[in-house]
Write a protein that binds this ligand. Structure first.
Ligand code: ADP
Ligand code: ADP
Length: 233
């Protein structure tokens, strides 16, 4: 069961008289239930690839399929609708709304969805996602009363609430100390064990190694990483 399939994706940026070939023929398949990571040095194309995966930007050439649907060339309205339905985003910034309760923050994607959710369905899904991230007891709090690690848990619940095909995760621990960062990485692993398909983009090799499949992105080209070398004993 294939969630994501990119074939020969390229991205060329043209600025003034200069061309930057940010992606040079990316082939990437992500199957249901996989946890993949993509890492590489600054400027290698991580943000560009993530933007295309998340339908925030279009490739210059190549084919992109999500759950068997060709999403290569869409209108802005179409890509917004598919993004809302199929993609869960987690960023370094939590992007929560401090004027709303935790519950209402997580309910937002369902309220803006084109699918009609009843109030009862919304309550059920929001509480289920809060339980997944072990934050149900904080549902009436405002985000700014929570720690960074707790806010990231709320952002993860919000990303899960519309039951997306894939979670796209961009440097999720960038604003956290190592203890909270490790806890968020543990949570991602738990969600994956429960069946969530995850694509993690990070420059941190320690975190990249926690995915089951690890790719290196180097100068616009992607390559499956070797098994980590084990130290001789
Ligand atoms: P990373 O996220 O790995 O640091 P990026 O995807 O941001 O890499 O960038 C890849 C290459 O594409 C870099 O050379 C960068 O300068 C260039 N690039 C990215 N976005 C743009 C843009 N909007 N316009 C022009 N060049 C860009
Ligand atoms: P990250 O910190 O995730 O690697 P970057 O700092 O590389 O992100 O890029 C942040 C944003 O700036 C991205 O949306 C990228 O497309 C854009 N960008 C990167 N390089 C350039 C560039 N040379 N010209 C214009 N925009 C760029």
């Amino acid at each position: 069961d294939i969630k994501i399939q990119m074939t020969n994706i390229t991205k060329v940026f043209e600025t003034q008289s200069m061309e930057t070939h940010a992606l040079k023929g990316i082939d990437l398949t992500i199957r249901s239930g996989e946890y993949i990571s993509i890492s590489g040095p600054s400027g290698c194309g991580k943000s560009t690839l993530l933007s295309i995966l998340g339908l925030l930007d279009e490739a210059t050439s190549g084919t992109y399929m999500i759950e068997g649907h060709d999403v290569t060339k869409l209108s802005l309205a179409q890509s917004a609708a598919i993004r809302a339905e199929k993609i869960g985003f987690i960023f370094q910034q939590f992007n929560l709304i401090d004027e709303l309760s935790v519950f209402d923050n997580i309910a937002l994607p369902l309220q803006y969805s084109q699918q009609q959710y009843s109030a009862q369905e919304i309550t059920q899904r929001v509480e289920q996602c809060l339980e997944c991230v072990e934050m149900l007891h904080r549902k009436d709090h405002r985000p700014n009363m929570l720690s960074g690690g707790q806010q990231q848990r709320i952002a993860i619940a919000r990303a899960l609430v519309a039951n997306p095909a894939i979670l796209l995760v961009d440097e999720p621990t960038g604003n956290l100390d190592s203890k909270n960062g490790d806890a968020i990485m543990d949570l991602l692993e738990k969600l994956n064990n429960d069946g969530t398909t995850i694509c993690l983009v990070t420059h941190d090799p320690r975190y990249a190694d926690r995915a089951s499949i690890h790719y290196n992105l180097l100068d616009g080209q992607i390559q499956k990483a070797q098994e980590p070398l084990r130290e001789a004993v």
